[in-house]
Design a protein around this ligand. Structure first.
Ligand SMILES: *Cc1c(COP(=O)(O)O)cnc(C)c1O
Length: 455
């Protein structure tokens, strides 16, 4: 029984998920435990609670509960910008002349412009509930900092953001959005922290990296009364919150009898990909259905396709717990010509384990081809996509074109994580024909991996 598929599928309020789904509960091989960076013993909730607020520390270590209730206050906030539409890309299908059916889940319908708000409100909520005064964080391209600023403003929490210097300079408007929501924004590396001063001394003129901004934010959180640190990706708790993307998608698909063959997401730290695929992966793990899952990463920062699966530091300053993940090494800094986001050196522990188990495949794509896909998508489907999201668009189009050759009518679902209004410096480079591709050499990656901690 298949109903006419609308251009956009919006769930009714009563159909919205009331619980997050924790894919770890259904994984046979659980992600490896986080380790204390000094003792190399598995982190306990008590230890994690010094950095994260208590309930988030518990979620981080929770490998067994498949469903976790979404608190009412968070459900109320979600209502301000959710459900996110599941869109049938009729225009793109027609323009490509493909027999494939293409769907995308659009997460850009909120002021922060991306899916990151789904976890920002959850993390800010638990911090508030614990009676904390404020939170610190890092932001790369700026979407996470913006999302967290919005969530903190809503709940009346203070918010200190360490923003990777190159973005701080290239994206002054992102910074002003954060300040409008009341956040305190500092370019990283900065001279406000010990680690920042050390990095500036060692690498004067550095444009910064996420790993370095994380170290600064953690240092300030741990050293400030009533503060904790929050992180917008990579962590298992973030994938848990982002499962709302996959749950809404699955409910919408089931309602209209849509069965995706292939689910595609861009992968920076793995949170949108993990959130989108989680409930579908749950079905696969339980033997109820089968799907092909594809992670798409930049060729300039290829942690899954060229990294090692090993314990590594999550940050440059080596203050965070060690995580087993696909990594390029915590000292890896993508080339400055890399414009498209997704510049973190590592990958979510959950996504890493699923990839290592062969349940997810991965591809890397070069940024000029990503921007070509972005431009095509903008002209055909109307939405100006974020460069990060455009990695998924690129592979979705590639797959749809393969279907055109073979005549297969595959159903493709991809995550359109956000809009690209604040990425116009990158688009300008592309439009002026000045964008180039940079692929790190084997030697560069090997040098970085040689510095992995010996566990
Ligand atoms: C942050 C971000 C990403 C990448 O982060 P993940 O944790 O890998 O999802 C992708 N798209 C957009 C729009 C983002 O803001």
């Amino acid at each position: 029984m298949s109903k006419e598929i609308p251009y956009k599928i919006y769930l009714e309020e009563s159909e919205m998920p009331k619980q997050w789904y924790n894919v770890r509960a259904d994984m046979k091989n659980k992600p490896a435990p986080l380790l204390n960076p000094e003792t190399h013993k598995p982190m306990t909730v008590d230890e994690l609670s010094g950095v994260f607020c208590r309930e988030l520390a518990e979620q981080e270590l929770n490998d067994h509960d498949a469903y976790i209730d979404i608190p009412q206050e968070i459900l109320d906030f979600y209502k301000m910008y959710r459900p996110a539409p599941l869109v049938r890309a009729y225009c793109l299908e027609k323009a490509l002349g493909t027999p494939a059916k293409i769907y995308y889940k659009f997460e850009g319908n909120n002021t922060s412009g991306s899916h990151k708000l789904n976890s920002a409100i959850a993390q800010a909520y638990y911090a508030k509930k614990q009676g904390l005064k404020g939170v610190t964080t890092e932001t790369g391209a700026g979407q996470w900092g913006t999302a967290l600023s919005m969530a903190c403003a809503y709940l009346g929490l203070e918010c200190k953001v360490y923003m990777v210097k190159v973005s701080y300079e290239q994206k002054p408007f992102r910074r002003e959005v954060m300040r409008t929501y009341g956040a305190d924004v500092t370019p990283s590396p900065s001279d406000t922290t010990n680690i920042g001063r050390k990095i500036l001394e060692e690498f004067p003129g550095t444009t910064g990296s996420l790993g370095c901004a994380i170290s600064e934010a953690v240092e300030v959180a741990v050293g400030t009364e009533g503060y904790r640190y929050v992180l917008g990706s990579v962590l298992s708790q973030v994938l848990l919150h982002q499962s709302v993307i996959g749950l809404e998608s699955m409910i919408a698909c089931d309602k209209y009898g849509i069965k995706p063959d292939m689910i595609i997401g861009c992968a920076g730290g793995g949170s949108n990909l993990g959130g989108l695929i989680s409930p579908f992966m749950g079905r696969k793990l339980r033997g109820e259905a089968d799907y092909e899952f594809i992670a798409v990463e930049p060729a300039s920062c290829p942690s899954l396709t060229r990294g090692a699966y090993a314990y590594d530091f999550c940050d440059t300053g080596k203050v965070c717990p060690l995580q087993k993940m696909y990594t390029l090494g915590s000292g890896f800094i993508p080339s400055a010509n890399h414009a498209g986001g997704l510049r973190y050196h590592g990958m979510s522990g959950i996504v890493s384990q699923l990839y290592d188990d062969g349940l997810i495949t991965a591809r890397s794509v070069e940024q000029t081809s990503v921007f070509e896909a972005a431009q095509k998508f903008a002209r055909i489907e109307g939405i100006l996509p974020a460069p990060e999201s455009s990695h998924a668009i690129k592979v979705a189009i590639d797959e749809a074109m393969k279907c055109k050759e073979t005549g297969e009518e595959k159903t493709i679902l991809f995550g359109l994580t956000g809009t690209g209004y604040f990425d116009m410096v990158a688009y300008q480079k592309f439009n002026d024909g000045l964008m180039t591709d940079y692929i790190p050499t084997d030697d560069e990656i090997a040098k970085s991996l040689a510095k992995l901690p010996k566990i």
